[in-house]
Design a protein around this ligand. Structure first.
Ligand SMILES: Cc1cc2nc3c(=O)[nH]c(=O)nc-3n(C[C@H](O)[C@H](O)[C@H](O)COP(=O)(O)O)c2cc1C
Length: 128
């Protein structure tokens, strides 16, 4: 049985087109800092690549576009180093206008599958 890990450093990687998801990222950051967890916040922009900063947990946060993750998020995941042997737990959180309506509910699946393929031992949990 896998033992629970102590999380002391979290990376929040986020894509925000018009600022709403950035506000969610800010709120999440404040809440985590309030629990004495150190946070690295990193905006996903064209050409950005994922980097490892010794985080215990990666939180990927994005605005839903057309019932899916935006293309820039997939590009970011595709540029994940392929030889990363670190086991990094991760969570994927979507932010949308429509919320938990049927077409939106699968919006995290592809990004979760891609992340699992790109990073050895990555454990994904979907938050919706
Ligand atoms: C191109 C585009 C496509 C969108 N597609 C969806 C969608 O499929 N479902 C939904 O609920 N909201 C959709 N929205 C609304 C955004 O997900 C929502 O406004 C979100 O809060 C925007 O976050 P942001 O301000 O960080 O960009 C879309 C917005 C844009 C600009």
């Amino acid at each position: 049985m896998e033992m629970p890990r102590k999380i002391s450093k979290v990376k929040i990687a986020y894509f925000s087109g018009t600022g709403g998801t950035a506000l969610v990222a800010d709120t999440l950051e404040r809440k985590l800092i309030g629990r004495e967890i150190s946070v690295i916040k990193s905006e996903i922009r064209a050409g950005n690549r994922p980097s490892s900063d010794g985080e215990d947990l990666l939180i990927l946060l994005f605005a839903v576009h057309a019932f899916n993750a935006p293309g820039i998020v997939y590009q970011w995941i595709d540029s994940f180093p392929g030889n990363n042997n670190e086991i990094v737990p991760a969570a994927v959180i979507s932010v949308s206008g429509g919320g938990e309506m049927t077409p939106n509910t699968a919006c995290c699946l592809s990004s979760i599958c891609k992340l699992e393929k790109r990073t050895t031992g990555l454990f994904m949990k979907r938050w919706s």
